[in-house]
Write a protein that binds this ligand. Structure first.
Ligand code: HEM
Length: 63
């Protein structure tokens, strides 16, 4: 997992139309989405060293 979190937040929240990637924005809270995305960015061989905050999700929701 490389690059800025913004694109990844976008995909997890909205999904990828036309693929199996589902949209999770309506299913999970800001805190849950932030935690899940932070986890994937810093586990397995990923080490972004950053932490996505619930406020980042709120901002991406447009709120
Ligand atoms: C039912 C569960 C899920 C299914 C079936 C699924 C399926 C997929 C598929 C098929 C793609 C590729 C879409 C394409 O062709 O462009 C994709 C991309 C992606 N998925 Fe999921 N996904 C699931 C859950 C999740 C979860 C829980 C996360 C995050 C915690 C996640 C994060 C991503 C991301 C970040 C990408 C984009 C990767 C890239 O930039 O190419 N997915 N997913």
């Amino acid at each position: 997992m490389q690059g800025e979190p913004a694109g990844q937040i976008e995909v997890v929240m909205k999904g990828r139309p036309g693929t199996a990637m589902a949209a999770f924005a309506g299913l999970l809270s800001d805190a849950e989405l932030a935690a899940a995305i932070t986890y994937t960015r810093n586990t397995w061989s990923n080490s972004s060293g950053d932490a996505v905050q619930p406020a980042d999700i709120a901002a991406a929701r447009g709120g």
